[in-house]
Design a protein around this ligand. Structure first.
Ligand code: ACO
Length: 331
């Protein structure tokens, strides 16, 4: 690649619904216990969007905060990418809806569907346009209203997910800063492990699909778990090697927030101390594409990451997909 500029994150923002659903609330809905959820996942509560709130609403709020953080106006944006598995509708894209909400027009806007890896797919895609000098400022958002596609009668899945949105502005940054390396991939053979089966062209919406609950998210949790533990460590090691750094050079790891056991197992494989790994899943559950950008925004605003830190962002998700980036924080 003809790399003219360094691409990095110059602003972050997030939007989290106010309504909290605790594990004890869930005990009233399905046959589960706070003890089971905490010990198997680490999750204590999650946020649920109001019935009138759609993914584009959360995405727009996160975007406005990221623009403010970057000292930019919406009209400064050259492209908008939204990563989501819960778009407002099949089409138009949620990115186009966000563009309209921001009061701008003209710049390209499209959605990325890579499940929980989506925001990192977006960051890596955006960085290509920045590095080659094609664009200057790109808005990348990970946004989800998973509460609207989980089956609230299925204890295997409904306890795991939450709603929220996180955004970052990807722009040119000083030499030596920004994205030092990235890695991304997919294994479509695992597509059956995590899916919403109906409502697309293979099984269009019908009375039968609705009665069978095929519009809900389905997951083979233990298979996804095994894949996740392996790929989180592998994808992190790959970016360290590509950046010609060592594990000791890593200041902070921000992993996809699916399950405390997945994060702990990956952390142990990487021999990183607990202090170097960011975790907020106890408060939000798995927000799919929103997890990593929300965690990055929180870590940045809380002063947990400093200019010059080497930060790994890593995620896995339905598809199956995975992605990781190594950033030298330049904010
Ligand atoms: N409360 C009580 N019991 C439960 C619950 C619950 N909420 N959910 C499942 N169980 C039961 C199961 O029915 C099963 O019972 P059985 O043995 O009598 O059949 C038992 O608990 C064990 O189930 P397992 O699936 O073996 O539990 P496991 O330890 O694997 O944990 C979990 C399940 C938390 C889902 C785990 O596998 C996991 O986190 N997987 C990864 C999920 C993930 O990361 N997805 C990310 C991608 S999401 C995206 O891309 C949109």
């Amino acid at each position: 690649m003809n790399k003219l500029y360094n691409a990095g994150i110059i602003g972050t923002g997030s939007s989290i619904p106010d309504k909290i659903l605790t594990n004890s609330d869930l005990e009233q809905i399905v046959d589960t216990t706070d003890e089971w959820i905490v010990s198997r996942t680490g999750i204590k509560e999650r946020r649920i969007a109001d019935s009138k709130v759609a993914t584009s609403d959360l995405a727009t709020e996160a975007a406005k905060k990221a623009l403010e953080d970057a000292n930019l106006k919406a009209s400064d944006l050259d492209m908008i990418l939204v990563a989501t598995v819960t778009p407002d509708m099949h089409f138009p894209s949620t990115a186009c809806l966000v563009q309209s909400n921001l009061g701008i027009e003209g710049c390209p806007a499209f959605d990325i569907e890579a499940a929980c890896s989506g925001a990192l797919y977006g960051l890596i895609t955006a960085s290509q346009f920045i590095s080659t000098g094609v664009y200057k400022n790109i808005l990348v958002i990970g946004a989800e209203c998973l509460s609207k596609i989980v089956n609230w009668q299925d204890r295997n899945t409904c306890v795991l997910f939450g709603d929220g949105a996180g955004a970052f502005i990807v722009s040119r940054v000083d030499k030596g800063y920004g994205l030092l390396a990235h890695s991304m991939g997919a294994d479509g053979n695992g597509s059956k492990l995590l899916k919403v089966e109906a409502g697309g062209s293979k099984r269009p919406a019908s009375l039968e699909t609705v009665e069978k609950g095929l519009h809900y998210l389905q997951m083979e949790g233990s298979e996804v778990f095994k894949f996740a533990v392996k790929i989180m460590a592998k994808a992190s090691e790959e970016v360290i090697a590509k950046a010609k750094l060592s594990l000791d050079d890593i200041d902070f790891l921000i992993p996809h927030q699916a399950n405390i056991r997945i994060i702990d197992a990956s952390r142990r494989r990487l021999k990183l101390s607990k202090e170097k790994v960011y975790m907020n899943l106890m408060h939000y559950g798995n927000m799919s594409a929103a997890s990593v950008p929300v965690a990055l925004d929180e870590a940045s605003r809380a002063g947990k990451i400093q200019k010059g830190d080497n930060i790994i962002l890593v995620a896995f998700g339905g598809g199956l997909t995975w992605a990781s980036t190594l950033l030298k924080w330049g904010k």
